[in-house]
Design a protein. Structure first.
Length: 127
């Protein structure tokens, strides 16, 4: 089952993180959380890890609609977007909300999840 949308980004990792955040903002998303996985793994486990950032993105308009339809949908929010580096190649990836929301089984979430997904993939594509 495909649960993410990924694109290779032709720029340095740090620049890609900034550009992804700008692209999310242009699509109406705020970044509520930002986790530097590399720094966290080093600090907590003493392990060297690749550049990897998790962004918790939220579009308030669509979050409100989803919460009004399904109170427990907050368990699947915010939408995660990642930027990571493997072998000097940088990638950006977003969750596919249509897949994630499908587990809930509420058909009223289908239109919301498709719209959020379109905006997330548009943001990734614009970088």
């Amino acid at each position: 089952m495909k649960y993410g949308y990924t694109k290779k980004i032709s720029m340095p990792f740090e620049d890609a993180v900034l550009k992804v955040k700008e692209a999310l903002d242009a699509e109406g998303f705020g970044v509520l959380t930002e986790i530097d996985v590399k720094a966290t793994m080093k600090k907590k486990l003493g392990v060297d890890f690749d550049n990897y950032t998790i962004l918790g993105a939220c579009n308030p308009k669509f979050a409100l609609q989803a919460l009004q339809e399904e109170k427990e949908i907050g368990l699947l929010l915010p939408c995660n977007v990642i930027v990571y580096e493997v072998n000097a190649e940088v990638y950006a990836s977003s969750i596919l909300p249509s897949t994630a929301m499908n587990v809930v089984g509420n058909p009223k979430l289908a239109d919301i999840s498709r719209e959020v997904e379109n905006r997330l993939t548009s943001a990734i594509d614009s970088v």
